[in-house]
Design a binder for this molecule. Structure first.
Ligand code: ATP
Length: 288
């Protein structure tokens, strides 16, 4: 028996010849928010489904709340899957009643933000309100562990901030939270990060730990569109953010010579990579 709410020990999942999760060990403790990061297809959802006992591992062991992830332990879990897990042809209130019945708890009051739409079919709600409802339903039975698969995807910035307030309040009440996200500003709100690439856990710890010594080059030029085009054609991993050009994990001299050859004047400054750039580097060389 461990103090963690989630524990994976050398978990592997294969689909035929393909290894979706490759020998991953990780934990989530009560009261901490752990962010699970990785590019599309890195294996995050597959790992989550194994952790929750919804998919068997090919090898390795998982514990949810100190034991096998069976129905009894899942009753203490709040889970918001990517597709939200709500009944779209039931109203918000009906979803809440249904879930409360399944968990054998009283039906909580609909929160103020959702009161106007309590009698609306979930399928007719805007995505932000659907996500809010899914959160509320997942929390209604006061779970000890919360697992959120891209909980704020497609939600506006204000609703995102509110959902994160809710996540933080749960952790403050000693709930262990595992959350996947594609938003790097959200990754920064986690207590600890796990980074997956090609099924493997390739980084863990703080943002600094994840980035490690990965460097990037910032390219400043008035001809940013032409510079982007030329670098892209040279198969240099260039990123355009607004009018800023960044190139992770590449020799600055290679960038200068491609730009020189195209007659583009630019100022080049080596900088520390961001988490997104670290992920891009890993996605391009999937043998970490
Ligand atoms: N049932 C399955 N059969 C075959 N391959 C699968 C199955 N489920 C997942 N995969 C594959 O496993 C890999 C990991 O998928 P997974 O959904 O876990 O990634 P992810 O990191 O959650 O990606 P995303 O951010 O897009 O949700 C993908 O290549 C996916 O196609």
């Amino acid at each position: 028996m461990t103090g963690e709410v989630i524990r994976a020990q050398s978990v592997t999942r294969r689909f035929g010849d393909f290894t979706a999760v490759d020998s991953v060990s990780m934990t989530v403790a009560p009261g901490e928010v752990v962010g699970l990061l990785g590019a599309n297809g890195a294996g995050k959802t597959t790992l989550i489904r194994i952790l929750l006992g919804l998919l068997p591992a090919t090898e390795g062991a998982v514990e949810l709340l100190g034991g096998p992830p069976d129905r009894t332990r899942r009753a203490r879990l709040g889970y918001v899957p990517q597709n939200l897990g709500l009944y779209r042809d039931l109203t918000v209130e009906e979803n809440l009643s249904f879930s409360a019945g399944a968990y054998q708890v009283g039906v909580p009051d609909v929160p103020a933000d959702l009161r106007d739409v309590r009698d609306t079919l979930v399928g007719d709600l805007a995505l932000g309100a659907q996500r809010q409802a899914a959160f509320f339903v997942a929390l209604a039975h006061q779970p000890s562990v919360l697992v959120l698969d891209e909980p704020t995807s497609g939600v506006d910035a204000l609703s995102r901030a509110e959902l994160w307030d809710t996540i933080r309040r749960q952790a403050d009440n000693n709930v262990g939270v595992l959350v996947t996200t594609h938003y790097m500003e959200e990754a920064q709100q986690c207590d600890r990060l796990l980074l997956m690439a090609s099924g493997k856990l390739v980084g863990s710890g703080s943002e600094d730990d994840i980035i490690g010594d990965t460097r990037a080059v910032a390219v400043h030029t008035a001809d940013w569109a032409a510079a982007f085009d030329v670098l892209n054609r040279a198969e240099i991993p260039v990123i355009l953010a607004g009018r800023s050009i960044r190139v992770p994990d590449t020799d600055p001299n290679a960038i200068v010579s491609v730009l020189d050859a195209a007659g583009i004047t630019a100022e080049i400054s080596p900088v520390r990579a961001t988490i997104e750039e670290r992920m891009l580097v890993l996605a391009r060389s999937p043998k970490p």
